[in-house]
Design a protein around this ligand. Structure first.
Ligand code: NDP
Length: 454
């Protein structure tokens, strides 16, 4: 006799991946779906990640924009930045977005539980209320959380989660780390008038991205006022008055009002009951899944950051959608993890898709086309900013296999370049595309000669 379940699908986690999977399974395929979220609906991206971060990026740009405006003839001067006023608007916007997420779920007929849920066995979840529900399928979409090394234990340090909730902006801050979050917040806080120091333990920030792009951004960050030290880590910290005294590996001692650790994120799998249900976890605590996002327990799937594949919102959404198509839509679909474009919202931004020059050169013969120049808008305002655009071309197939842009609006540009590159565009396809003039992006189709081959 067929077993009777309370739900076809129980989703644990109301972030980008979980919500997409729940909505598609319920609304498009008529599944009976429940979802549990222990914090706020929308997850990291909406509540304490991409969305509030991007709004802070916008906020942080207005100071420099007002200075530029004077060069363009406007009689304006930036007054002070009113953090409480901005935060109130930010909070209201996040409330609005959370409500949109909730409405989307309830419109799709998903039953929402505002509490923690853990896995009990291959088909059961236990809610914090004590209720146990049986589901034919369980989807783990619990995301991740900031990792803070032991060194920082006992000293009050902040993570990206806390920045959005500050009552006031500090006068000075030390940011530890050299990845996406560290670099983005260094630029944001610098733009908002905070004195920013950044320590990164490695040779150059943004490890994994194209080498020249990394160097270009580091230079621009320094020129914009970020006190960036590479090859430097925290040795010890102690509270000093209301601030933190930091001794670093290069022998310096400095006092900062706040210290922010942006040293990576780890999957949220602790105490979820996964081991006892037989789900395999990797070295970083990530749920191990196959290309269908299925774990070794056939009824349990996982999507998004909890699987530690490519930790980006749009990837989690694709994985959630592919899961719903596969399991409930009878349309077997694998999420495609090839040529995923991304942007780092530093100032200037980095937009990137495909291989870095270093990785590409290690694989095959390549040609590198690139340009660096002062963009019209900021050059007119007397700023020394430079942009960089670079195409990595496979010498054999002529396909563009990497594109790296450091420029204002690079995130917008790379989205469009990524379509062509995903379609397999060759360098000659770029060349026969007529430029849109005068724009920054036109340089991508006017790169005539390789600067080097490797
Ligand atoms: P990242 O993995 O990008 O960077 C972590 C940084 O912390 C690295 O510079 C790393 O150094 C350093 N680090 C790690 N451990 C230590 C330690 N014990 N002591 C000192 N430094 C340490 O993580 P983030 O937290 O910045 O971001 C997490 C993920 O979130 C990203 O990978 C990305 O997928 C996503 N994200 C995406 C954004 C976007 O799309 N714009 C924005 C923000 C986040 P090392 O290089 O030496 O390992």
């Amino acid at each position: 006799m067929a077993e009777i379940f309370d739900h076809d699908l129980f989703v644990i986690g109301g972030g980008s991946g979980g919500v997409r999977a729940a909505r598609i399974a319920a609304a498009e395929y008529g599944a009976n779906v429940a979802l549990a979220e222990q914090y706020r609906m929308g997850g990291t991206c909406v509540i304490r990640g991409c969305v509030p971060k991007k709004l802070m990026v916008f906020a942080s740009g207005y100071g420099a924009a007002m200075e530029d405006a004077r060069s363009y003839g406007w009689d304006v001067a930036a007054g002070g930045f009113d953090w409480p006023a901005f935060r109130a608007r930010l909070d209201a916007e996040l409330d609005r977005l959370e409500a949109v997420y909730r409405a989307g779920l309830s419109g799709a007929g998903v039953t929402v539980h505002d509490c923690r849920a853990v896995v009990e066995d291959a088909h059961s979840v236990r809610l914090a209320t004590g209720e146990v529900l049986r589901a034919k399928h369980i989807l783990i979409a619990t995301g991740g959380h900031p990792f803070v090394p032991d060194l920082a234990a006992g000293v009050e340090v902040l993570t990206s989660n806390d920045i959005f909730k500050l009552d006031s902006l500090p006068e000075s801050v030390l940011i530890v780390g050299g990845g996406f979050i560290a670099c983005e917040f260094a630029c944001i806080l610098n733009g908002l008038g905070v004195k920013v120091t950044q320590y990164y333990r490695g040779e150059q920030i943004l490890r994994g991205f194209d080498g020249e792009a990394r160097g270009h951004i580091a230079e621009a960050m320094r020129a914009n006022g970020v006190n960036l030290h590479v090859g430097t880590d925290v040795l010890e910290m102690q509270r000093a008055g209301g601030a933190t005294l930091v001794r670093s590996t290069d022998g310096r001692e400095a006092v900062f009002e706040k210290v922010v650790y942006a040293t990576g994120r780890v999957p949220n799998t602790g105490g979820l009951g996964l081991e006892s249900a037989g789900v395999t976890m990797g070295r970083r605590g990530e749920v191990v899944v196959d290309e269908w996002s299925q774990t070794g327990v056939p009824s349990i799937y996982a999507v998004g950051d909890v699987t530690d594949r490519i930790n980006l919102t749009p990837v989690a959404i694709r994985e959630g959608h592919a899961f719903a198509d596969t399991v409930f839509g009878a349309r077997p679909t694998r999420a495609d993890h090839q040529l995923v474009a991304s942007a780092v919202f530093t100032q200037p931004e980095l937009g990137t898709v495909g291989l870095s020059e270093e990785d590409a050169a290690a694989e095959r013969p390549i040609e590198v086309y690139e340009t660096s120049f002062r963009p019209m808008q900021s050059a007119f305002a007397g700023r020394p900013d430079r942009v960089m655009m670079k195409l990595i071309v496979c010498a054999r197939s002529r396909k563009v296999i990497g594109c790296h842009i450091v420029a204002p609006g690079a995130g917008e540009m790379i989205q469009l370049a990524a379509i062509a590159i995903k379609m397999g565009a060759t360098k000659e396809d770029f060349d026969r595309t007529v430029a849109v003039h005068p724009t920054l992006a036109e340089e991508l189709v006017t790169l005539r000669k390789p600067v080097r081959s490797a």
